[in-house]
Design a protein. Structure first.
Length: 199
């Protein structure tokens, strides 16, 4: 069988450069293909992608999308305390409370024990949450309007109101939950601001 002989006018160095260019293009395509899903995840409204500081609030968060978000905003604290309840982390939930709320709880007989039991009991029922509006009362006082989705609304003492209101105070450089969660009054929306992503 006759051998086919390829003739080229390119030098060995030029051939090597062409092969190197092809390898670089292939490697670039592989890296881009691997990074593409992460890029899309970051650029879309993936829950939790930008919520570590309470950003993008207003979106509905399912239980599995919640994360500990810290204390930089009232929204972050609310997400953090709900996440702590869902995960039964009583210490993290306690850390979300203002010093006054902690002192008030600790002054009651079995206050901390009851708090821990309530966090675990209510947390098991939470399926999702959505912060819908904020009302600024002062530079260091804010109320948030939100709703909770629960697995069995009647299990913990009756159905949960459609919307709840929670108070927050700024202590030093951090926001903390301070007071009680109450049903949202009919006139609460006056003077409030909807959360950016709330619908």
């Amino acid at each position: 069988m006759a051998e086919i002989e390829y003739k080229t006018s390119q030098s060995p160095e030029a051939i090597m450069k062409n092969h190197l260019k092809i390898v670089i293009v292939i490697l670039g395509a592989v890296v881009l293909a691997a990074a593409f899903p992460l890029l899309i995840w970051k650029l879309t409204s993936h829950p939790g992608a930008d919520d570590s500081a309470g950003n993008g609030t207003g979106r509905h968060l399912a239980k599995k999308q919640m994360a500990f978000a810290g204390y930089t905003t009232p929204e972050a604290v609310l997400q953090s305390i709900v996440w702590a309840a869902v995960n039964g982390d009583c210490d993290k939930a306690y850390a979300c409370l203002s010093p006054e709320s902690q002192a008030d709880m600790n002054s009651k007989p079995n206050g901390r024990r009851k708090f821990n039991a309530d966090i675990k009991r209510h947390g098991q029922q939470i399926q999702g949450m959505q912060i819908t509006a904020r009302k600024t009362l002062a530079d260091d006082k804010v109320e948030l309007k939100f709703k909770l989705d629960t697995a069995d609304p009647t299990k913990n003492g009756g159905p949960i109101p459609d919307f709840l209101v929670a108070p927050f105070v700024k202590v030093g450089g951090e926001w903390k939950f301070s007071g009680d969660i109450n049903p949202c009054p009919p006139d609460w929306d006056d003077g409030s601001q909807p959360e950016p992503a709330a619908s």
